[in-house]
Design a protein around this ligand. Structure first.
Ligand code: SF4
Length: 259
């Protein structure tokens, strides 16, 4: 059983640890109750390689929203074969998707931020919660350098929505370091990254960005920067952390999930 008090101890113990050491620690510390949520992005591919190569007891799963790029499906297949791992796929509840699409249209996310949140909630957040039911901790590939909403990412955080520890082994890695690792270890990756897509999500909500632009600026580009999260990542204070958040905020109202 983990609580918010679990996090400071982890941060102290893991100060200066490598990503591989952080993953090994997570497998030991949360034995059987930790999993890795992969979005198949470059960072997540690095973590998959590390987990597979060290044969860590950290199951890997992903969320299939039904709106992913064909390249992403191909990458799931290539990655499973390359590392001999199962990437378990969680799908949204068919009845919920059908009801939403009947009522709001298949591209409701263009209509308003609220409609976009609703789509992310049904296609991403609820399947994620289902994937997390048996867990005390989850691993993900967030980095501080991924844009305005991620500047405060730490190696270990308390996930207020999931009510468990979130481990970010690559929190301090630069984009260049991620790319170097991918090259050096011949890690399979999404070819869209070579076409100007630093962050890849659902096809209708992701576009290429110009060199030097914020890595998240190609996601939900019609919304302001502080909204560009899908509701899976809540950190110390609020979704769009501008540095003014309290250290120990109250849990957010799930109905207020930004994306
Ligand atoms: Fe829906 Fe877009 Fe969110 Fe995907 S990213 S779940 S298509 S709103």
């Amino acid at each position: 059983m983990t609580t918010t008090d679990t996090v400071p101890g982890i941060l102290t113990e893991l100060a200066g640890a490598s990503a591989e050491e952080i993953l090994a620690d997570a497998a030991r510390r949360f034995g059987g109750r930790v999993a890795f949520a992969s979005s198949l992005g470059l960072e997540d591919q690095v973590l998959t390689a590390m987990i597979a190569e060290a044969k860590l007891d950290i199951p890997i799963f992903t969320l299939d929203t039904g709106r992913l790029f064909p390249e992403t499906y191909d990458l799931i297949d290539r990655t499973s074969k390359r590392y001999g791992v199962t990437i378990h796929t969680y799908f949204p509840a068919a009845a919920e998707v059908e009801k939403m699409v009947d009522r709001d249209g298949v591209n409701l996310f263009r209509d308003s931020i609220e409609a976009r949140k609703r789509c992310c909630e049904i296609r991403k957040v609820l399947p994620m919660r289902r994937a997390q039911i048996e867990l005390d901790a989850w691993v993900c590939g967030l980095r501080t350098g991924q844009g305005a909403t991620r500047q405060k990412v730490e190696v270990a955080e308390w996930d207020y929505l999931a009510d468990m520890v979130k481990i970010n082994p690559l929190a301090a890695w630069s984009e260049e370091r991620v790319r170097d690792y991918v090259r050096a270890h011949d890690v399979p990756y999404n070819p869209l990254h070579d076409a100007g897509f630093p962050s890849i999500g659902c096809a209708p909500c992701t576009r290429a960005v110009a060199a030097g632009e914020d890595a998240r600026s190609g996601r939900w580009w019609w919304e302001s920067a502080e909204h560009r999260e899908c509701g899976l990542h809540y950190r110390t204070g609020h979704w769009a952390d501008d540095g003014t958040s309290p250290v120990a905020p109250p849990p957010p109202d799930p109905a207020d999930v930004a994306s």
